[in-house]
Design a binder for this molecule. Structure first.
Ligand SMILES: Cc1ncc(COP(=O)(O)O)c(C=O)c1O
Length: 424
């Protein structure tokens, strides 16, 4: 019993602390009460190997109904011909896409980590597991984006089987339209990893990679798309069998059915509130960036309006470096990541030049432009003015007191009256 108490108390301490923090880690979000309720249903105890209607297990009648609804909602929101909602994470979604589209020994191209690329585009992760060789896409450090002309030349030279766009530090839309012909000309596929920006895409605020020609879109379901933790793959019809088989039996046996139910609710919410939420998120990111810049911080890409996503990148190398700044901010209850920037040596990932700030969760908690200006002031207090972190923390706790409900979803705030409670 003592052990259980220790566990529960640690979780409670986490909850209490997080409710007094500014959560600005760009890869996270909070789910609505309606989504959370799906996560504790009996779906989390069951097996449903295979596709709806073709399961290897009995007892799946209602599970099929929910998964089919989830797939339909995903296809509708993203304008995709096919959706697979079974990957248990974004990395698994990427590995499934690479499994479906490549043979061991093929070449895949993606961005370096210091250029924003994710480990799952690199040999240490999914491409290595599949036995692929990785070549890097040329990058324009000034514009924080793929260098299109150099990339086309490199694709012609390297003849990759897959080019992966999308990133973890992802400020501006990537050149899908500009690269897809070159990729197809060498017999390759363009995979767009939308893990970070799926919500902005579904909300019509970033780019539409499917419309622009991506053959496959992968992603996590829990960043700007505020669903349960998990993964998703969207693709054209002719790739659907290859993708489905790469996921099952390739990479999952059972998938996490309670997450599918929760994702279905999250997608239904997004259909209703997603446009408003995505617009507010990008606006908040731009106001935060502008305000940090006015405070005197070195925010990247002023010449491009700083950002068109939920993220803001700041070079803090003159203020102690990314690791120290992120630690000081954490002490003031402001949570963000240290982040490699293009001019960093990747072997120095422990102490990079930058920090990455995300506003998607603050937006979901109901914060708007005036709060973003105040958040920028608090960050500058810590980073530039070296105000005591204890004092700043008091201001953060005070600010958070007003922002405890999850907005843009069913079950709290705006959506309360529309939520058919599970237990009713
Ligand atoms: C671009 C990108 N792809 C994939 C992932 C991995 O997603 P997951 O953590 O769901 O496996 C991440 C994680 O942050 C990411 O940034």
């Amino acid at each position: 019993m003592d052990e259980v108490r220790e566990i529960v108390e640690a979780v409670e301490r986490h909850h209490r602390w997080l409710s007094e923090c500014l959560p600005m880690i760009a890869s996270e979000n909070v789910t609505s009460p309606a989504v959370r309720e799906m996560l504790v249903t009996d779906f989390g105890h069951r097996y449903a190997e295979g596709q709806p209607g073709e399961r290897l297990y009995e007892g799946c009648e209602y599970i099929d109904e929910v998964e089919l609804k989830c797939v339909e909602l995903a296809k509708d929101l993203f304008g995709a011909e096919h959706a697979n909602v079974q990957p248990v994470s974004g990395v698994v979604a990427n590995l499934a896409a690479l499994t479906a589209l490549t043979e061991p020994g093929d070449v895949v191209m993606g961005l370096r980590i210091s250029h924003g690329g994710h480990i799952s585009h690199h040999e240490i992760s999914a491409p290595g597991v599949r036995g692929l060789k990785v070549e890097f896409l040329p990058f324009d450090e000034e514009d924080m984006n793929v260098d299109v002309d150099a990339a086309v030349r490199r694709i012609e030279e390297v003849e990759p089987r897959v080019v992966m766009l999308g990133a973890s530090l992802f400020l501006f839309p990537h050149p899908v339209e500009e690269l897809v012909d070159a990729v197809e000309a060498v017999g390759g596929y363009l995979v767009y990893d939308g893990a970070h920006v799926l919500g902005l895409i579904a909300g019509g605020e970033f780019q539409d990679p499917i419309e622009e020609g991506a053959h496959v879109v992968t992603g996590s379901t829990h960043k700007t798309l505020p669903g349960p933790q998990g993964g998703i793959i969207l693709c054209e019809r002719e790739l659907s069998d290859a993708i489905d088989e790469a996921v099952f039996p390739g990479l999952v046996s059972n998938h996490h059915l309670h997450h599918v139910a929760a994702l279905a609710v999250a997608l239904a919410e997004f259909k209703k509130y997603g446009r408003k939420y995505a617009r507010a998120t990008v606006r908040n990111a731009q106001v935060l960036a502008e305000s940090l810049h006015s405070e005197g911080l070195n925010v990247l890409c002023e010449h491009l309006g700083f950002t068109r996503s939920h993220q803001v990148a700041v070079d803090v190398s003159e203020h102690g470096g990314g690791a120290e700044v992120a630690r000081r901010l954490e002490a003031a209850n402001i949570l963000c990541n240290k982040n490699l920037l293009p001019w960093d040596d990747e072997s120095e990932a422990d102490d990079p030049s930058g920090i990455r700030l995300g506003v998607q969760e603050l937006t979901r908690l109901g914060m708007g432009p005036s709060e973003m200006e105040y958040v920028a002031e608090l960050i500058a207090d810590v980073v530039l003015r070296r105000r005591s972190v204890d004092e700043v923390r008091e201001d953060v706790v005070e600010l958070r007191r007003e922002f405890q409900e999850v907005k843009y979803g069913f079950g709290d705030g705006v959506g309360a009256h529309e939520w058919p409670r599970f237990a009713d």
